[in-house]
Design a protein around this ligand. Structure first.
Ligand code: SAM
Length: 315
């Protein structure tokens, strides 16, 4: 009885996440440039571009879990991938992604674009059931990407396991899993330093439930630690902490070994040593351009995230 009720609550929360993303409309370029977090958005795009360029080879087959509105399609095109499958739980996002892929997204004044790779897009919960049947004719993939979305699998242990089982089942041996997600260590540190259960700055806030009032996480289950995340002009929905040591060990159970993990600040510092990535940063204007520079508050939000790469053990 209790399990059924809990399951119902989890489904409700997942629905809230899906509805939130589904309802987000595409911004025009002018609206996007006026966003209070425009430099953060550009920085996140730079981080994803660097990850993609580091781990993708021409001709690779790509699985983009929780692909959203297809904001990374251009990045995959630049990496000259051979095939792309994008899946997302939000129907509205998949429709936008399909429109962008078809090149008919110009009602949003975005550049019309013809992509050089074939693609298949569909709407599905990536963490609830096995995807191997649905992707039978597409797998195996050389690379799987899950950007700013894996933490939505951490609501329960079965969902977290299903997410990793899907990645493992669909990647070829030796294939790579890249991603970005919130950094639980940074979030918990900020919570412990906070006066109450809420903290943030002018562009974001995070609020934990009353059950976390004593702020002790070590003894509790590492799954289902929920908080509400609000990021101006971007996110307003429930999320779950992903303790990275648990993620790393669970991933290893599914044959996925850690290649690297870096906090976003460290990541920026390291890859800004390379000329090609400096040029990309300048082109995107992420840290600053002729008009403005990234604010301290946006830079603080960047620190809440980490980037990782895992490799599926060769057989
Ligand atoms: N990966 C895209 C990007 O980087 O632009 C989108 C990131 S957005 C912050 C998070 C995405 O995760 C949303 O598109 C949302 O619909 C998707 N998502 C959340 N839970 C999901 C689930 N259970 N299955 C598939 N997609 C999910």
């Amino acid at each position: 009885m209790k399990r059924g009720y809990q399951q119902f609550l989890e489904d409700e929360t997942t629905r809230k996440v899906a509805d939130h993303y589904s309802a987000r409309t595409n911004q025009t370029l002018e609206e996007r440039e006026a966003s209070p977090i425009i430099h953060l958005k550009k920085l996140n795009n730079w981080i994803k571009s660097v990850l993609i360029q580091l781990y993708t080879r021409p001709g690779d087959h790509v699985l983009d879990l929780a692909c959203g509105k297809g904001g990374d399609l251009i990045k995959w095109d630049k990496a000259k991938v051979g095939y792309y499958v994008g899946i997302d739980i939000a129907q509205g996002s998949i429709q936008d992604c399909q429109a962008r892929y078809n090149g008919d997204a110009d009602q949003n004044q975005r550049r019309k674009k013809k992509f050089s790779f074939p693609a298949r897009l569909f709407c599905r919960d990536c963490y609830e059931v096995g995807l191997d049947k649905a992707l039978e004719r597409d797998a195996p993939f050389d690379i799987c990407s899950c950007q700013f979305a894996l933490h939505y699998s951490w609501s329960t242990e079965p969902r977290a396991r299903q997410a990793l089982a899907n990645v493992s089942a669909l990647l070829r041996p030796g294939g790579t899993f890249i991603g970005t997600m919130p950094n639980a260590n940074v979030i918990v540190k900020k919570l412990r330093e906070a006066q109450g259960l809420k903290f943030g700055n002018s562009v974001y806030w995070i609020q934990f439930d009353e059950e976390h009032a004593h702020k002790k996480f070590r003894s509790s289950s590492p799954f289902g630690i929920k908080y509400k995340f609000h990021l101006k002009d971007a996110v307003d929905c429930p999320e779950w902490l992903v303790p990275f040591h648990v993620f790393k060990s669970l991933a290893s159970d599914y044959g996925l070994e850690l290649v690297f993990v870096k906090n976003a600040h460290e990541f920026v510092k390291e890859y800004l040593q390379k000329l090609e990535f400096v040029e990309l940063m300048t082109k995107l204007g992420a840290l600053g351009d002729g008009n403005s520079t990234m604010s301290k508050d946006e830079w603080e939000v960047a620190s809440l995230y980490l980037a990782f790469a895992l490799r599926k053990r060769p057989e």
